[in-house]
Design a binder for this molecule. Sequence first.
Ligand code: UD1
Length: 418
Amino acid sequence: MPRLKIAGPCRLQGEVSVQGAKNSALPLLAASILCREECILHNCPQLSDVRISTEILRKLGCRVLSERDTICIDAREISSFQIPDDLMREMRSSIIFLGAILGRTGCAVLGFPGGCELGPRPIDLHLEALRKMGASIVEDHGRLLCETPTGLHGAHIALSFPSVGATENVLLAASCAKGTTLLENAAHEPEICDLADFLNSCGANIRGAGGSTIEIEGVEQLGGCEHWVIPDRIAAATFLAAGAATYSTITLRDINPQHLAPIWPVFEEAGCDLTLFRDAAVLVPPKKLHRIKHIRTMPYPGFPTDAQAPLMAMTTQCQGTSMFVENIFESRYKHVGELLRLGAHIRVDGRVAVVEGPSKLSGTTVEAADLRGGAALVVAGLAAFGETIVEEIHHIDRGYEAIERTLGDLGAQIRRLP
Ligand code: UD1
């Protein structure tokens, strides 16, 4: 199994170009199923989750061509409405294909995505919304059998929680449904706006994305379009955390600073000096990082749960006590045990984690348990003295394009071992 070897502590320097957003690329690939003309997606990150999504598209009968960060999808001749179980299991977010397949073919059969490393990952909000739109959904031996006997129709849907995936599934299912769908308590994440922009460019009629209420007027069918995936705000936050934790000045390029609005105040509180440009930012660390009083993960525009772990690795280098409250996922502190092995001082009590810093971290072998937790171990490894080996890095590869190359270009001593 490949591993990452980091010789720390590292001092980073220079510029990093931030990849396109994984969490946008996946729903956009799913959305292409609805289109009757070719779609061209640029700035797609080259990640295992993106590869699995293109495999799913091929299984459904789409023609898919990938070249570097561009993917062309031709979904004119869809021949299947089933996603094989192995692909469903490989990527838990494959549930976002449901709304698109149902919207295009009127039927869908897919494996239940099940629980995952972040704790139970229910899909009740997705299913409830699709049922309101006329879908009949039966759970049968871990599979979801879905059909729309009379086609999908518009509905008034109020989510009990602004779930990102459920909001995406409603946008996908409603784009070509009969009539108008009013979605309340929708997720506000930038990736929702990116999906709505893509669908509108293909001919959909979606208003209000980015706010709590989204109105989708169903259209007969969608055409195609050429679209650029938005920058990955979580990868950006991870590189900022790496810069601060190693007391390095770094420049991020190809970002959207507005999407990072919930992140900047945390780095300012730590004493970092930030200069923001239209699509770039420069982070200059202070002489000593200050503690961060509270980080509470919340739906956007709150602090993103996906940035919690990398930021926690950074706070091991801050002076004093920093506190985290994880409000989105039940089981998102799996990186803590591994950070302790590197010498961090962290206590967890339920949803709260308290970090006492600064700690002199020392390198050892640690294991990534999930994607962002794995990135946290890399951030900590960069700050740690001696050699850190990060194992199970297939988790990291799900969300970061060749992380060793990006950090290596910044001057980190990091190598992928076969
Ligand atoms: C998306 C992101 C993920 C991020 C998360 C929260 C993608 C591919 N993944 O995941 O990286 O961490 O948003 O920002 O975009 N919930 C239910 N019932 C449901 C759906 C969700 O109870 O039907 C709960 C979940 O268990 C969780 C919370 O709602 O506690 C948030 O989940 P959600 O916003 O749906 O996250 P995902 O779309 O799965």
